[in-house]
Structure formats: structure tokens, C-alpha cells
Ligand binder design. Structure first.
Ligand code: NDP
Ligand code: 8X3
Length: 261
């Protein structure tokens, strides 16, 4: 009998958005090692299928091809999960993106829309649909993937950083609303991590994306998955509010001064 069946009812159900790449795929692989039941969400169906085929001997897997920007589709998909996956214990709100690095006065406004619609509104929709079930069962954990960009400004971070500042405050306010319930909320704030993030940010320019990580030992998706796995598996009375994590090779700059103006 395979591990997925042996774990049966003991397994947690973990829904991961953005499971087709980077942190989300690494989380799927990490939690599959424990035989947890996984709901894997992303827009790229073939990637979801490949990951499901890779992990199906370890975990029970349900995949959902979904654009989290579309509220009705999020409501429909998450509101009609197969019975075996319908009690979501852990929601990992990971799907997100940065687009462009131009200064605010030159940025593409449609990139701003996409970042707001994904990183803020998509995360809101996923949370709002699944939260009542967690409250009814008085159990659950929401992991939000924020960013150091939500704390520390940098040139070109404008709306991306703004969306991650939303994630930070939304996470805190969820904790405030959930006081007295056995539901945890954690905001994970990574710094520079090598995934497809920069390829997306620079719209397929792989050379430019590679330049971001050149000469560094950046965080890996596996590093972030280990941290999320740890935050989920601390005892239930422990809530990790937020974790800010950077590679050792990254730190803060000094405050900038323009001496010409
Ligand atoms: P990747 O680009 O490797 O992965 C992003 C994932 O998000 C993909 O699986 C993508 O799937 C999914 N996604 C994007 N838009 C949507 C959408 N509209 N609907 C559903 N899924 C979507 O990047 P990372 O793994 O690095 O990023 C994961 C999260 O971590 C993001 O929120 C990012 O902002 C954050 N982060 C990243 C850092 C880094 O340096 N890499 C640092 C700090 C935070 P698909 O395209 O198939 O839909
Ligand atoms: C990703 C980290 O510094 O590129 O959120 O914004 S950064």
C-alpha cells in the first residue's frame, strides 16, 4: 500500500497557490514528504499535472487550474473542492509576482493593475473563501508570502512593495479578527530568492534575470519551503507572526542623498 493511502485521514489538507514554480512547487514537494494532502493551484495546467505525477506516490493530490485574479472562479473552485480535500487546514497564499522595475513615473499602469489584482486581490479572495470553513472547524493556518519589499523601499519597488506591505498588515489584521480561535496566521517575508520571479519581472529576459543573482548565493525555494514547513509544524499554541529572511549576502543600503538638487 502506498504512503498516501497509509496516511489517510491523519494527513493535513494544504492548499498552495502558485504551485507551478518556485516557492509553491518547493512547498508541495516538502509537504508531500510528510504525506499531507495537497491542493495545487496555478494557471499552467501542464506544470500542475507534472508535479502531481511526481508526487502522487507520496500524497493525495488535487490540482486546480485557476487565475486567482478572478474572484468568481476562486469562489467556485475553492467552494467545490472534492470531499476528501474540502477541509483545508493550511492555506499557503504564495501566488504573486512583480512586473517591471521602472520608477513610478515611467511604470506601465497595466503592470500595476496585475500586481494589485494578484498579490492583493487574489490573496484576499483565496483567504475569504476558505476562512469560514476554518472558523467553523476552529482549526487552520494561513501562510501569506509577503516580502522584504513590504518593509524596505528600493527604487523601482513602488507598487510591488506596496502590495507586500498590504500582505503584512492584512496578516496582522487577520490575527486580530481571529483572536479566540485556533487559527494561525503567518507572514513569511523573503529577500532575494532565485526562482522564476525575476524572469517574470523582466518579462522573459533571462539574461537580465540571471544578472540579479550573479555572484550571489541567493535563497532557494527549498529554503523558503523549509521555513514554511517549520512554521506550520510548531505546536498549535505557537503562532509565528512573521519571519523576515534574507540570504547572508544581502543587507540594507544606507539612506540615499542627492547632492545635486
Ligand atoms: P515564481 O515566479 O517562481 O512563482 C510564482 C507563482 O505564482 C507561479 O506558480 C505562478 O503560477 C503563480 N501565479 C502568478 N500569478 C498567478 C495568478 N494570477 N493566479 C494563479 N497563480 C499565479 O516566483 P516565486 O516562487 O519566487 O514567488 C512566490 C511568491 O513569493 C510571490 O508572491 C512573490 O512575490 C514572493 N516573493 C518572492 C521573492 C523572490 O525573490 N523570489 C522574495 C519575496 C517574496 P502560474 O504562472 O502557473 O499561474
Ligand atoms: C522579492 C524580493 O527585493 O526583489 O519580493 O523585491 S525583491
Amino acid at each position: 500500500m502506498d504512503t498516501a493511502l497509509i496516511r489517510g485521514n491523519m494527513a493535513k489538507t494544504i492548499l498552495i497557490t502558485g504551485a507551478t514554480s518556485g516557492f509553491g512547487a518547493a512547498c508541495a514537494r516538502r509537504f508531500a514528504q510528510d504525506g499531507e494532502k495537497l491542493v495545487l493551484v496555478g494557471r499552467r495546467t501542464r506544470r500542475l499535472e507534472a508535479l502531481s505525477n511526481e508526487l502522487k506516490y507520496l500524497s493525495q493530490i488535487h490540482t486546480i487550474t485557476l487565475d486567482i485574479q478572478k474572484r468568481r472562479e476562486v469562489e467556485k473552485s475553492f467552494g467545490n473542492l472534492p470531499e476528501n480535500f474540502s477541509h483545508v487546514d493550511v492555506l499557503i497564499n504564495n501566488a504573486g509576482l512583480a512586473l517591471g522595475m521602472e520608477p513610478a513615473y515611467g511604470a506601465d499602469i497595466s503592470d500595476w493593475d496585475t500586481m494589485v489584482n494578484t498579490n492583493i486581490k487574489g490573496l484576499m479572495y483565496c483567504t475569504r473563501v476558505l476562512l469560514p470553513g476554518m472558523v467553523a472547524g476552529n482549526r487552520g493556518h494561513i501562510i501569506n508570502v509577503g516580502s522584504t519589499a513590504g518593509d524596505w523601499p528600493y527604487p523601482g519597488g513602488n507598487v510591488y512593495g506596496g502590495t507586500k506591505a498590504f500582505v503584512k498588515q492584512f496578516s496582522r489584521n487577520l490575527r486580530a479578527d481571529l483572536l479566540g480561535k485556533a487559527i494561525r496566521v503567518t507572514n513569511i517575508e523573503p529577500g532575494m530568492a532565485e526562482s522564476e520571479f525575476s524572469i517574470v519581472r523582466f518579462k522573459g529576459d533571462e539574461k537580465k534575470a540571471a544578472g540579479v543573482y550573479e555572484g550571489t548565493t541567493a535563497l532557494t525555494p527549498q529554503d523558503i519551503a523549509e521555513i514554511i514547513h517549520w512554521a506550520v509544524n510548531v505546536p498549535p499554541h505557537v503562532n509565528i507572526n512573521r519571519i523576515e529572511v534574507m540570504p547572508t549576502c544581502q543587507s540594507w543600503g544606507h539612506l540615499a542623498v542627492d547632492r545635486k538638487s
